[in-house]
Write a protein that binds this ligand. Structure first.
Ligand SMILES: Nc1ncnc2c1ncn2[C@@H]1O[C@H](COP(=O)(O)OP(=O)(O)OP(=O)(O)O)[C@@H](O)[C@H]1O
Ligand SMILES: [Mg+2]
Length: 444
């Protein structure tokens, strides 16, 4: 064929919007508005794009609701109509939908048109008795405003996929947390109650915040972070928390994140932290109400689970207490390969071996240092010389040094130098303490 069809990517947005917009008057309009189509694209609903010589010439997009998907739009550039492109796009789109466990695909066309016959040929049946009704609901301004007031927002849809490595934690969180929330009916059939509150604990920089954001992204729920320091500005922290939870209760769905939760729910017998008793008590009272709602999840993160009030963490309040530790060798390899993807000759095994006890944050930092070294070397390289001929210590970088572009980016030596300079956040003593915390606190 003369075209290639790929999954929709973020940088296709302008071209696809243009296609949808400019073909609307050509008998290709849809019952879905342009804004709804953009909403589906940006929230990562299934969509495919056809390209000819680098130019987007067609797109098909759908929105999934449980086992049913609605084809929202098939847009074909004027010169490409009647050449089978719509059918090809639809076939590709259907493959994606089936992969999302869709069992029925519906396509509502405004009226009988060219595509109608094509749909027949593609195995679609026209439901003769069906009539399509539509009602315009008043804009949900209140809920939107509420989310904004709470500082909440919808995150990009791909954050879960961007969590590199950490397969053990990812797997656990997916099975215990994400899937029961994403498929509550199926969970209920097996007597599984979806979790309403979880705590993530582990040393600094291991990815607790990253996981919380990734869960929200994966569920497609807004992410609302409650910042005690900001709430305290309103005067009375306990009252501000009560108010925030009341507002959250009015949201349709939300993932609520409290970082460094030990600051607001410390062991109450410590006594020293004056004023926090009331706040801890308030939070203890708020959690049961929060748990009654559906489509909501409280995620608390802490570096120091042992300094949390035990009553706060007990099973009726928190469903799971999940440890997030330093990445093992496989996870480090996955994280390093994210950063070193530009150069095929980087010796990942060497980086993995040299970065034991490194957290994802440490790896990210070392990768930045190495990239900066390569960049600075490039700046001082004489005109026309391929950059990156030698590492900072003067040893030749691995790789051939032949093609200029192949040498772009940090080399193995750059990375190893950055690793040698770095001071890992996590010490063996912290690992030991974390191991003890897992024994005494983890609930998975
Ligand atoms: N699995 C991962 N793959 C790639 N990068 C990661 C991963 N996990 C974390 N990072 C990166 O490491 C940095 C630290 O992660 P994050 O802030 O989630 O850690 P944290 O456990 O919340 O730390 P803290 O305890 O200090 O709050 C972030 O910049 C994040 O992008
Ligand atoms: Mg964090």
């Amino acid at each position: 064929m003369h075209w290639l069809i790929h999954d929709y990517r973020e940088d296709d947005l302008a071209a696809v919007v243009h296609l949808i917009d400019t073909t609307a008057g050509l008998g290709q309009e849809s019952v879905f508005s342009l804004a709804e189509c953009i909403g589906a694209l940006t929230s990562r609903q299934p969509a495919v794009v056809a390209v000819h010589q680098g130019e987007p010439i067609g797109a098909a997009l759908a929105t999934v609701a449980g086992e049913r998907a609605w084809v929202m739009r098939i847009a074909i550039a004027p010169g490409w109509r009647g050449r089978g492109l719509a059918s090809a796009l639809l076939r590709e789109l259907e493959r994606r939908l089936v992969a999302c466990r869709v069992r029925r695909v519906a396509y509502v066309l405004p009226e009988e048109e060219l595509l109608g016959e094509g749909l027949h040929n593609a195995g679609y049946t026209r439901r003769p008795a069906a009539a399509y009704f539509e009602k315009d609901e008043p804009p949900a301004g209140a809920a939107g405003g509420l989310l904004e007031e709470l500082g909440g927002r919808l995150l990009p849809g791909d954050l879960w996929a961007k969590v590199a490595g950490m397969e053990t934690e990812k797997n656990l969180i997916e099975r215990r947390v994400v899937l029961p929330l994403a498929e509550p009916e199926r969970a209920a059939r097996h007597g599984v109650r979806p979790p309403r509150a979880i705590a993530l604990f582990g040393p600094p920089g291991t990815g607790k915040t990253t996981f919380a954001r990734a869960i929200a992204s994966r569920l497609g729920w807004p992410f609302v972070e409650l910042l005690p320091s900001r709430l305290a500005d309103e005067g009375n922290l306990a009252a501000a928390l009560r108010d925030a939870f009341a507002r959250i209760g009015r949201l349709e769905r939300a993932l609520v994140f409290i970082d460094e939760v030990e600051e607001i729910a410390p062991v109450r017998t410590e006594g020293a932290r004056g004023g926090m008793h009331g706040v801890t008590n308030e939070l203890l009272k708020l959690i049961p109400g929060f748990r009654e709602g559906e489509e909501r999840l409280l995620v608390c993160a802490t570096n120091s689970i042992r300094s949390l009030d035990p009553a706060f963490l007990r099973p009726g309040r928190f469903d799971y207490l999940i440890p997030i530790g330093t990445p093992d060798a496989a996870a480090r390899a996955a994280i390093w390969s994210r950063y070193a993807a530009g150069r095929a000759d980087v010796d990942l095994d060497a980086l993995v071996g040299a970065s034991e006890l490194f957290t994802p944050a440490d790896i990210e930092h070392a990768a930045r240092v190495a990239a900066q070294a390569a960049f600075e070397r490039d700046l001082v390289a004489p005109d026309g010389t391929p950059a990156g001929d030698s590492a900072p210590d003067g040893t030749p970088a691995d790789g051939t040094g032949g093609g200029a572009s192949g040498d772009d980016g940090a080399s193995t030596a750059d990375y190893l130098a950055a690793i040698a300079q770095a001071r890992p956040t996590v010490t063996p003593a912290m690992i030991e303490e974390f191991g003890a915390d897992i024994t005494s606190h983890a609930r998975v």
